[in-house]
Design a protein around this ligand. Sequence first.
Ligand SMILES: [Zn+2]
Length: 263
Amino acid sequence: MALTVHQTYLTQNDCYRSGGALTPQGLMLHSVGCAQPDAMAFVQSWNQPGVKACVHGFIDANTGAVYQTLPWTCRGWHGGGSSNNTHIGVEMCEPASIRYTSGANFLDQDPAATEAAVLRTYGTAVDLFAQLCRTFSLDPLGDGVILSHREGHQRGIATNHGDPEHLWSPFGLTMDIFRQAVSAALTGQAAAPASPAVPFLGRVTADALHIRSGPGTNCPIVGTIRDQGVYTIVETADGQGDSQWGKLKSGAGWIALDYVTPQ
Ligand SMILES: [Zn+2]
């Protein structure tokens, strides 16, 4: 998936103005912890003197675009511990369809919309972290390189937060899955064409697209998609008759990804 990065540096923020240097040794993933999908809302509220907290970027939950808020080699203040001295910090915005009740607990008022937003920010985070690993020669599977805020706390280098796993767990996403996806994307970036990291959302572009029991035209047709809708692909595979096949999350079967546009 193509990465869209808007440069929106927080030039009025204390972190930016103090101009501390960072030699990135790792990447820390955060989730904002409130139901605000719009990255620009954070850009605006954090871009003022007296705001001590600062991350290197926000991922918009509506569009999946990245808003870079600090140069990658400027020291941020996101983990609240020594991770600020070593890790780039990136926040994923959260869907408007959830409502926090207490702490990290929330009610999901529109599970389909929530899942779409969570997968969208997850997909961008995979691509962005792969790009940053390439830029700074980081091993995505190396010990302590890619961490969540939650894992940073477990290691004693960040404050006691549960993000982003608190938002991911209902959708089966984990940091181990994330690191594997970043690693796959990094390898994929070297060899074009890159296939999107799974899971991802894709819109069917064909009027009628056969669903097959397995990845290939040699597998029996078990259904047809006619709504040109958006579907979640949870696995990809090579197979006969198409450049790549994608497995539907519903379990209905596999579809040819030449007729699916990642969202
Ligand atoms: Zn955090």
